[in-house]
Ligand binder design. Structure first.
Ligand SMILES: C[S@@+](CC[C@H](N)C(=O)[O-])C[C@H]1O[C@@H](n2cnc3c(N)ncnc32)[C@H](O)[C@@H]1O
Length: 308
């Protein structure tokens, strides 16, 4: 049986997000709708939610779960397309945007999606399994250098080169079609196992991040997000990986610095055009939440508000 998804930092995220009960809010990572449900609960009958997910199964879930609630509209695609989506739908900038990054428990635990080495299945790993390259296809055609780079950069795996070598050697015998076979190849190539962690953990995470362009989508989204928010609108991002959180943190910090102007120009700070500021410090789940939901342990939430 596939696990339910338990939403992380649910109350904290929704409280930080909502400032106007009649507003339009974007849930950029619908998953199984835990956050969307709570947002709708707190909105008036005039408020609404635009829920986005790359995964068609998430959108199917949303159609079923919210078929009676006319306040929610759905979009199958990436949150990186939000500016175009708002234009297409004729919508104004929104009152708040939530991103709860990474993958959901049903994605991770469903053998047919190929995200996990715990259960054997086709090595797919696409959040949007209607388009793009599967992990099998990528591992079959990518150069050894590129495989090593991805595993090192996105997984922080010290033995990325050994693992890439083993993958390239093994793929000559036959394409790597299954999660178990990839996990076994990595296990054999990995010289140093950490107690309590499967040696393929970091490599699987890295390949998933690459296949789904997770960091590229986040960068592109952040580049253009300010204009999609109303003044007073909030951006709330929950990250599960230091590479994501670092991007969000740097983005907010650079926005707070405003336009970079030459130092010697007699321009007052008020002319620096600061459009977005940080709200509070980074928030992490309590130990009680982590005890209830192990997945929450690496979560970090950051909040920012558009001010101009
Ligand atoms: C951690 S889950 C979200 C869980 C959700 N907040 C809930 O409570 O049920 C992340 C979801 O975001 C989706 N996702 C990840 N990156 C995305 C992107 N760039 N665009 C749209 N959806 C994305 C994944 O497919 C997954 O369903």
């Amino acid at each position: 049986m596939i696990a339910e998804h338990i939403p992380v930092l649910l109350t904290e995220a929704v409280e930080a997000l909502i400032s106007d009960r009649d507003g339009l809010y974007v849930d950029g990572t619908y998953g199984r709708g835990g956050h969307s449900f709570e947002i709708l609960n707190r909105l008036s009958q005039r408020g609404s939610v635009l829920a986005i997910d790359k995964d068609p199964e998430a959108i199917t879930d949303a159609k079923r779960r919210f078929d009676q609630d006319l306040r929610i509209s759905l979009f199958h695609g990436s949150f990186a397309c939000l500016p175009e989506l708002l234009v297409d739908k004729g919508l104004e900038p929104v009152s708040g945007i939530l991103l709860d990054l990474g993958i959901s428990s049903p994605q991770l635990e469903s053998a047919t999606r190929g995200f996990s080495f715990q259960t054997d299945g086709p090595l797919d790993m696409r959040m949007d399994n209607t388009t793009g390259e599967t992990a099998t296809e990528w591992l079959q055609s990518a150069s050894k250098d590129h495989i090593a780079f991805v595993i090192k950069e996105f997984g922080g795996e010290r033995y990325a080169w050994r693992i890439a070598n083993a993958i390239v050697r093994e793929r000559l015998k036959a394409p790597i079609f299954s999660t178990n076979r990839l996990a076994e190849i990595i296990k054999k190539a990995h010289p140093s196992w950490i107690r309590g962690q499967h040696p393929a953990t970091k490599s699987f995470q890295a390949i998933r991040i690459h296949i789904n362009r997770e960091l590229k989508d986040l960068d592109y989204f952040l580049e253009r997000v300010v204009d999609t928010l109303k003044i007073g609108g909030r951006l709330v991002v929950i990250s599960f990986h230091s590479l994501e959180d670092r991007r969000v943190k740097r983005f907010i910090r650079s926005q707070e610095r405003g336009q970079i102007l030459p130092r010697n120009l007699p321009i007052p700070d008020s002319d620096r055009l600061i459009r977005l500021v940080k709200v509070g410090s980074a928030i992490k789940p309590s130990s009680a939440e982590i005890a209830r939901n192990k997945r929450a342990r690496s979560a970090v939430m950051r909040v920012a508000e558009r001010i101009a």
